[in-house]
Design a protein around this ligand. Sequence first.
Ligand SMILES: CC(C)(COP(=O)(O)OP(=O)(O)OC[C@H]1O[C@@H](n2cnc3c(N)ncnc32)[C@H](O)[C@@H]1OP(=O)(O)O)[C@@H](O)C(=O)NCCC(=O)NCCS
Length: 188
Amino acid sequence: MPIVTPRLVLRPPTLGDLDSIQAAKEEAWNDLQRWMAWAFDNQRSREAMEHSIRRVMDYQSHAGIALAGFHKINGDFVVRTALDLTDEADVYETGFWVAPKYAGQGMATEAANAAIRYAFGHLGAKAISIGHFEGNGPSRRIVEKLGFQKLRVAYQGATRCLDGAKLDRHEYLLTSPRPLPELDVSWG
Ligand SMILES: CC(C)(COP(=O)(O)OP(=O)(O)OC[C@H]1O[C@@H](n2cnc3c(N)ncnc32)[C@H](O)[C@@H]1OP(=O)(O)O)[C@@H](O)C(=O)NCCC(=O)NCCS
């Protein structure tokens, strides 16, 4: 750590990042409630963000690795991603959200590509899983760009935090870093 890409520095978030990540979360909130399984009303507050950062600081390497990506030039918070341990040994689940200010610039793809390379290259992962809700076009596009293979559709397997609607969840797996788009990534 940190993981460094052409535009980002990725590392576990600390309490010093609380204000910048919270500001981005507030701005992204509508989309987060639409597409992220954790974005219930009680997760919106600054206190919830503080609690979440404290929890991931504690769980680093026990339950996986939380990552925050910061702009290499100006230090802005850009993207949150993670490598969460699953029930299956050496299989990590990933996901991501981006500060709206930096949306549409390939940042989520770059961060996920780097995190996945780190999982295979440093953590000894044998596979990475990801899922997105029905209708999340940008997320689907990212998953396809990263070379994931579709496993299945969990019919009404997701609950949208925004309104409790049941949505299909599209589930994918990547078993090697080879399909990933080329990216200059290093970690220390
Ligand atoms: C989804 C999200 C992470 C995308 O972040 P981003 O940094 O803008 O994504 P990228 O720029 O790396 O890639 C987005 C891709 O989706 C494409 N895209 C954008 N809108 C789209 C749409 N409505 N349908 C299909 N593809 C779309 C973009 O063109 C781009 O593909 P390209 O590089 O081939 O042009 C961001 O919008 C977000 O935080 N959303 C809310 C949380 C969320 O949905 N997270 C994913 C849960 S798995």
